[in-house]
Design a protein around this ligand. Structure first.
Ligand SMILES: NC(=O)c1ccc[n+]([C@@H]2O[C@H](COP(=O)([O-])OP(=O)(O)OC[C@H]3O[C@@H](n4cnc5c(N)ncnc54)[C@H](O)[C@@H]3O)[C@@H](O)[C@H]2O)c1
Length: 270
């Protein structure tokens, strides 16, 4: 097998933002991963036909054995340039534990596993959400969000979310941002970076599902957006491309908000 350099690994590679991210990397080897092998294969075929250098493997990001297989698959192919972690579920999934596990615990599993592959000038880019910016800092739940694998973590956070899966999503995504701070020194020790990106409303299957559930709310959000439109997956992919590049070489341990300015207005509305 050809040993490749500067590989871009995209979780949620079948999804709206994941696919757009893949398309941003025209001349670099890409590995996509997602929940179902069949869907991964379909996406690999589509992207290959479009001229991308892409391969893929299925991985349930909540399953440590699957993550080990993914790491082995990547390591066999060559060296890591960027992990782009887009896999996630929205609060429309009315199961608080599932939201917490997929959106936050699995993020930490991936960050820990990919640390082994991190090298100088590589990066991890984690997709958070603008809704994380509506959750204020708080010593008690921030400690739990920073340590999502601790047995008591979910119960502590649950006390603050009023049994609401959308609220749990917002908290889990705050946790994703906190993981960048937690890991920045460790990754920095290898000359590698770790950042998060917080999308606003981006027109992907995930957002369209939310729009079906709360049409009035979604229209209100669009009206409250200074740029008066929802985001496109490419709006996120272009920022991810920049963050993966050496132009972003001094950016780590932070979050980049890409929301058309709306969350500032949402917070004002209360
Ligand atoms: N679309 C938006 O408006 C929006 C806004 C803010 C944040 N985000 C975040 O952006 C990311 C991508 O969202 P999207 O809109 O592209 O959603 P999407 O539903 O199109 O893609 C998400 C992908 O994650 C995969 N996935 C879910 N659970 C998984 C698991 N256990 N193992 C492996 N893969 C799994 C799904 O199969 C899917 O392909 C998510 O983390 C989401 O929370 C999206």
């Amino acid at each position: 097998m050809k040993v490749q350099k500067n590989m871009i690994v995209i979780t949620g590679g079948v999804g709206g933002i994941g696919q757009a991210c893949a398309r941003a990397f025209k001349n670099q080897p890409i590995i996509i991963t997602d929940y179902l092998q069949e869907k991964v294969d379909e996406t690999v075929e589509i992207l290959s036909e479009e001229g991308f250098d892409v391969s893929g493997i299925a991985c349930d990001i909540t399953d440590k054995n699957d993550i080990d297989k993914l790491i082995e698959y990547v390591a066999d192919k060559g060296s890591l340039k960027t992990l782009i972690h887009t896999a996630g579920i929205s609060g429309a999934v009315k199961n608080l534990k599932k939201v917490y596990t997929i959106d936050l615990i699995a993020t930490e599993l991936l960050v820990d596993a990919f640390y082994k592959l991190a090298v100088k000038d590589s990066a991890a880019i984690l997709i958070s959400s603008m809704m994380a910016h509506t959750v204020p800092a708080n010593k008690e739940y921030d400690e739990a969000l920073t340590n999502p694998q601790a047995p008591e973590s979910f119960d502590i956070v649950s006390r603050f979310v009023n049994n609401d899966s959308d609220m749990m999503y917002n908290f889990a995504k705050r946790g994703v941002q906190l993981l960048t701070h937690k890991n920045a020194d460790k990754w920095g020790g290898k000359g590698a970076r770790i950042v998060s990106v917080s999308p606003g409303v981006i027109e992907t299957p995930m957002a369209l599902k939310a729009a079906e559930e709360h049409p009035d709310h979604m229209e209100k959000i669009r009206q409250a957006t200074p740029l008066k439109r929802n985001g496109k997956p490419e709006d996120i992919a272009d920022v991810v491309y920049f963050l993966a590049s050496d132009a972003a070489r001094f950016i780590t341990s932070t979050d980049i908000l890409v929301d058309g300015g709306v969350v500032h207005n949402i917070k004002k509305m209360g």
